[in-house]
Design a protein around this ligand. Structure first.
Ligand SMILES: Cc1cc2nc3c(=O)[nH]c(=O)nc-3n(C[C@H](O)[C@H](O)[C@H](O)COP(=O)(O)O)c2cc1C
Length: 319
């Protein structure tokens, strides 16, 4: 598969989201149209070290129906990226994405993620080792820079071009901004003008109109959607089909399918994880608050399914 060509047919992809983009959520977003999804970020060390494999199984599990699916690596040890990349290719992933954007202390504080925006030579070694190790495409996901004084997205683009990267994704906030303020789409426009790579724009897209606006204003090749897709995979279909609104019944049935996928994959842990999705799927109609409250306390699979099946008469779209 030529990945950029595939994405171009429907240029809207699901962002990697730690704690969310597991097999269940990726599959559902793929079914609603997302043309590419990624695993949650996983360290190069975890993947490269065979004895840790049982711990990573849940993160790296994917099914054929999800393809194309990328795995996202973070870390700061170039030699381990080589081994990790090879392992990812053997696992059958379609893409390896390298995280140069994560701002959280656990990652950036240990010299990985966004802190590599301060060390272009080390980032370049990581990229070089990864690209060299595999035949599948490699992408990088970056922020604009560490802070407003140190904007490095064009330097990272040049490095990525030089070392054979295929796709670059820009979330145009600085590390210092974390998730505050607005992302600066002007950086995506500048990147697209200068880059020879396939450019994915990311940041604050919450609706069909916003997705189209990002494309129009920046010229980016594709749009990546993160937070707005949580409990709302419908957004991908809304982009494809203007006017489409899921009915209450569809929301509940999708929540049920998501729950069943989570449960069959993670059992009781999946049941507890489903709660964070229920809050997002189940809203905007009369009995939503009651239903959510109920679902937060039930610890039995059958009971949850019963509740999600309990409003079959509600067919109208949410306004
Ligand atoms: C809960 C959460 C987890 C995230 N996990 C990752 C991750 O594992 N890898 C990554 O590159 N970005 C991660 N991000 C950043 C998103 O991929 C994305 O760049 C950011 O949320 C901006 O896009 P949005 O406005 O569409 O959400 C995460 C963001 C959130 C809110």
């Amino acid at each position: 598969m030529n990945l950029p060509e595939h994405i171009r047919k429907f240029p809207y992809v699901l962002a990697p989201l730690a704690g969310y983009t597991d097999h269940a959520f990726r599959l559902i977003c793929r079914e609603y149209g997302a043309s590419l999804t990624y695993t949650e970020m996983v360290s190069e060390y975890t993947i490269a070290t065979p004895r840790l494999k049982p711990r990573m199984v849940k993160i790296t599990h994917f099914t054929e129906a999800e393809r194309p699916v990328g795995i996202q690596l973070f870390g700061n040890r170039p030699e381990m990226f080589h081994d990790a990349a090879k392992a990812c290719e053997e696992m059958g992933f379609d893409l390896i994405d390298i995280n140069f954007g994560c701002p959280v202390r656990r990652v950036a504080g240990s010299g990985s993620g966004s802190s590599l925006l301060l060390d272009l030579p080390l980032a370049a070694k990581i990229v070089e080792n990864t690209v060299r190790a595999v035949k599948i495409p490699v992408s990088i996901k970056i922020r604009s820079g560490w802070d407003s004084e140190k904007q490095v997205f064009l330097d990272f683009n040049k490095m990525a071009e030089d070392y054979g990267v295929s796709i670059i994704t820009l979330h145009p906030r600085t590390r210092a901004q974390m998730f505050k303020g607005r992302s600066n789409w002007e950086h995506i426009r500048i990147l697209k003008q200068k880059s020879k790579l396939f450019v994915i724009g990311n940041g604050d897209v919450t609706s069909r109109d916003e997705a189209l606006r990002m494309q129009k204003e920046t010229g980016c090749d594709a749009v990546m959607i993160g937070r707005a897709a949580i409990g709302n995979p419908f957004l991908f279909k809304q982009i494809a089909e203007p006017g489409y609104e899921p009915t209450v019944r569809e929301r509940l049935q999708t929540a049920k399918r998501h729950f069943e996928l989570l449960y069959s994959f993670k059992e009781m842990h999946g049941l507890f994880e489903a709660r964070k999705y229920f809050n997002k799927y189940i809203k905007g109609f009369d009995r939503a608050a009651d239903l959510r409250k109920k679902l937060m306390t039930i610890e039995d699979r059958e009971e949850i399914i019963k509740v999600l099946d309990s409003l079959p008469e509600m067919q109208e779209p949410i306004k």
